[in-house]
Design a protein around this ligand. Structure first.
Ligand SMILES: C[S@@+](CC[C@H](N)C(=O)[O-])C[C@H]1O[C@@H](n2cnc3c(N)ncnc32)[C@H](O)[C@@H]1O
Length: 376
């Protein structure tokens, strides 16, 4: 499925031709130049120009440097030399599953736990009561493994559409291939805690996801999700319209719309709305300010921003490959030039781009309307 060689324009023309597009990307996804312009996505050629470098501000410069699986499961899709999950139903993941990306996801695991206060979850779990935990879209499985270490008597199940989890895991962890967008097959009232981290661009319908979580959660159990925004904000005008950072959210958000899995979860407050609609109560949330790259005088926030940058840069091309190549038809060379510019911008302590991340959690009532109706 790799598309390469030829000039960027020839590549783009080639990618734009339905016959040459990576076969599993819906043809309707690739935006024409006019459509890109209409939603503010700049031409790819822009990122191959030279950009003037601003002088770093010394005060911040130092910080800134600083199962039984069948063979088909391993027949991975390939886009521009990066591998993705095999064909499994209608699943469509924008994240590679190769070694480089697995390494990056491991750094991301550290970053996300640091962001939420060096812990694995926020919900007020009753440690004496929990027996069974589900981690949806578990990725490398590190969250599930760490949770299992912390709760050796709890059974932890991690699910994903791609088998990138390690084999050597604590005895109380197991992993299964499962598409979270299909109907969940676990019986009612199975789990004490259902966890989903960074499932932006993954979940097709956040309301349906939470309905399934509500059904499979035990009364008194919790659901918790964590998401980060793809849209950078700036309060002092240092992040300019037309910069690489300003384009990041535009392309991801449009990509999510095109392939039916939104990235705008925080922006639309989907976690809390969907929890409430499903029937969860005692819904709480915590927002985290992430100054990208680690600028600013708030040391804790700066640490979050620096780690987020490190996590993304561990495989920046991998994070943007699917969405940018397949949605806007960029060649690998154009994507690389854009990635180089991004690195420059968010490493510049004079550019004060930030975004928000959010943990939200809610409890399934001990008694809920269905109980009353059925007399259970
Ligand atoms: C951003 S990663 C997050 C991984 C993990 N939750 C973490 O925080 O480290 C998103 C994960 O969702 C998985 N994924 C994508 N589509 C999925 C689907 N339909 N069902 C289950 N998992 C899916 C991807 O394979 C990837 O591992």
């Amino acid at each position: 499925m790799a598309c390469n060689t030829k000039s960027p324009q020839a590549q783009r023309d080639k990618a734009s031709s339905p016959a040459n597009r990576p076969t599993r990307v819906p043809i309707s996804m690739l935006l024409s130049n006019e459509e890109q312009t209409a939603i503010g996505i700049l031409p790819a050629s822009r990122w191959q120009q030279q950009f003037p470098q601003e002088e770093p501000n010394d005060r911040f410069a130092a910080r800134a440097k600083t199962a039984s699986l069948t063979e088909s499961i391993f027949q991975f899709r390939e886009i521009h030399g990066r591998t993705y999950h095999s064909d499994i139903g209608n699943a469509q993941s924008w994240e590679p599953n190769d070694e480089r990306h697995i390494d990056a996801m491991e750094i991301a695991h550290h970053t996300f736990t640091l962001v939420i206060g060096r812990r694995l979850y926020c919900a007020p779990l009753d440690k004496k009561r929990i027996q069974s935990v589900l981690d949806v879209g578990t990725g490398t499985g590190l969250w599930a493994i760490d949770f299992a270490d912390e709760f050796p008597d709890v059974d932890v199940l991690g699910t994903d559409i791609t088998p990138i989890q390690p084999n050597w895991v604590p005895a109380n962890v197991r992993f299964e291939l499962d598409d979270c967008n299909l109907e969940w097959t676990w019986p009612d009232n199975t789990f004490d805690f259902i966890h989903g981290r960074m499932l932006v661009g993954v979940i097709e319908d956040w309301y349906e996801f939470h309905r399934q979580a509500f059904r499979t959660c035990k009364p008194g159990g919790y659901v918790e999700t964590f998401v980060g925004c793809t849209t950078f904000q700036c309060d002092d005008g240092t992040l300019k319209e037309g910069s690489a950072m300003s384009q990041w959210g535009k392309v991801f958000n449009e990509g999510g719309r095109q392939f039916g899995r939104t990235f705008e979860v925080y922006e639309n407050d989907l976690q809390r709305k969907a929890m409430a609609a499903a029937g969860f109560e005692d819904i709480r949330y915590q927002d985290y300010f992430i100054p990208m790259g680690g600028w600013g005088s708030d040391k804790e926030a700066a640490e979050r921003g620096l780690w987020w940058k490190i996590a993304l840069e561990a495989d920046l091309e991998g994070y943007i490959n699917y969405i940018f190549n397949c949605l806007v038809g960029w060649t690998p060379e154009e994507t690389k030039a854009y990635a180089d510019q991004l690195r420059k911008e968010w490493s510049n302590p004079n550019i004060h781009g930030y975004f928000w991340a959010r943990s939200a959690w809610g409890r399934k009532p001990e008694q809920f309307p269905e109980d009353t109706r059925t007399g259970r």
